[in-house]
Design a binder for this molecule. Structure first.
Ligand SMILES: *[C@@H]1O[C@H](CO)[C@@H](O)[C@H](O)[C@H]1NC(C)=O
Length: 373
């Protein structure tokens, strides 16, 4: 079990690593300065102020709204801290302008003809915070000979190779992906009886037990979101219970989004740093799998958890599934961070990572959102 879990984790970490690295790159100044002393107006770099002024000017122009006090934009002290932080941590439209070379390549297409093969470029732009990407007026490519026989259940014996464009992936078939690594989720039939159904350690929370807990608390689960859910394994399980789960996933090196869609599951092409594209207080459940772990900068994780809080309804559940960190960090950093939410601890299980020299642990926590005060 330890080996399988370790391998699985390693792969998922690899999958999100690019994402996190770009985040680190974007956020490192903020984190360093804020860890020593709180940001003060003189520390705000000029380019950031200019950028924010450009955004304000653009917003004012678009809304034909004139600032009541035009001089206020020239003073850095009027810029809210959170906006400064977000302009580096999280996407706001201007992030596209920070990568003019990439953006130029992306927008360099022939209007009204076929779009270029540039999936990798799109992933890169999104991971750099250019999200949502600008719209284009070109025709999206389709696979040349798609089969009309699409699977109707989320655990088909195989996924049809002919229904996606393989050009930008190393593998050219699902069997190649499965051969490279059977645990990536590209062989749904492997998951049909086992995934989210067994208790191998106290870190596991099988779906029947999860639903029983929710039912007993008269807080039924009907709508959920799985953050970093790869090929939709969790959504697939819940679909069998007629529960709708959206899966956020990126296509880092493999067709995760297409695979989820071929299983009849909704993939949301959303990086970890993006505000969840769901309205406030509407979800019964949010699951954070391996993609959410200690590689994410802490400030960024805090924004993520508070965004999860935003989309959960009162009585809804946040499930941290095999959250991976050092035990000391869990005690000093992540535990208090999770505590800030003020959620009820329905389940809290911590287990040492097998053979870990650095005191690493896994945490599985099921937390229930209270009614707000
Ligand atoms: C899901 O919905 C279908 C169609 O309404 C129904 O036949 C089936 O029993 C439901 N499954 C569960 C587990 O509720």
């Amino acid at each position: 079990m330890g080996f399988t879990m370790g391998l699985n984790l390693l792969l998922l970490v690899a999958m999100v690593a690019t994402n996190i690295l770009s985040l680190y790159h974007l956020s490192s100044n903020t984190l360093h300065s804020s860890s020593t002393k709180p940001p003060t107006p003189p520390q705000v770099p000029d380019h950031l102020i200019r950028q924010l002024q450009t955004i304000r000017a653009a917003i004012n122009h678009l809304t034909r709204h004139q600032p009541s006090n035009p001089t206020s934009t020239s003073s850095s002290s009027t810029i809210p801290d959170d906006l400064l932080l977000h302009s580096r941590l999280s996407p706001i439209g201007s992030s596209c302008h920070n990568h003019p070379d990439l953006l130029h390549r992306y927008m360099n297409y022939t209007p009204f003809s076929l779009c270029p093969h540039d999936t990798d470029l799109q992933e890169t732009l999104i991971l750099h915070g250019c999200q949502p990407l600008p719209r284009r007026r070109c025709f999206s490519r389709t696979p040349p000979k798609p089969t009309s026989a699409l699977p109707l259940n989320p655990y088909p014996s195989s996924l049809p190779d002919s229904n996606l464009i393989w050009t930008h992936y190393d593998c050219k078939s699902f069997s190649c992906l499965n051969h490279q690594n059977p645990l990536l989720g590209f062989d749904p039939s492997r998951e049909s009886t086992s995934s989210f159904m067994h208790i191998r350690s106290e870190l596991d929370l099988p779906v029947p037990q999860l639903l029983q807990i929710a039912k007993a608390a008269t807080s039924p689960i009907r709508l959920g979101l799985d953050i970093g859910g790869a090929t939709g394994s969790f959504a697939a399980r819940l679909k069998l219970y007629n529960i709708t789960v959206l899966t956020t996933t990126m296509n880092l090196g493999a067709p995760y989004s297409e695979a989820a869609a071929l299983r009849g599951l909704v993939p949301l092409h959303v990086p970890l740093q993006q505000r969840l594209p769901v309205f406030d207080g509407v979800l019964d459940l949010v699951r954070c799998g391996h993609a959410v772990n200690r590689w994410i900068p802490v400030t960024m994780m805090e924004f993520l958890f508070f965004d999860v809080d935003r989309v959960l309804r009162a009585g809804g559940y946040l499930w941290l599934d095999h959250f991976f960190s050092k035990r000391s960090d869990l005690d000093k950093v992540y535990g208090p961070l999770i505590g800030k939410l003020g959620y009820k601890k329905v389940k809290w299980a911590m287990v040492d990572k097998p053979n870990s020299k650095n005191g690493e642990v896994y945490l599985t926590a099921l937390l229930q959102k209270p009614v707000s005060k």
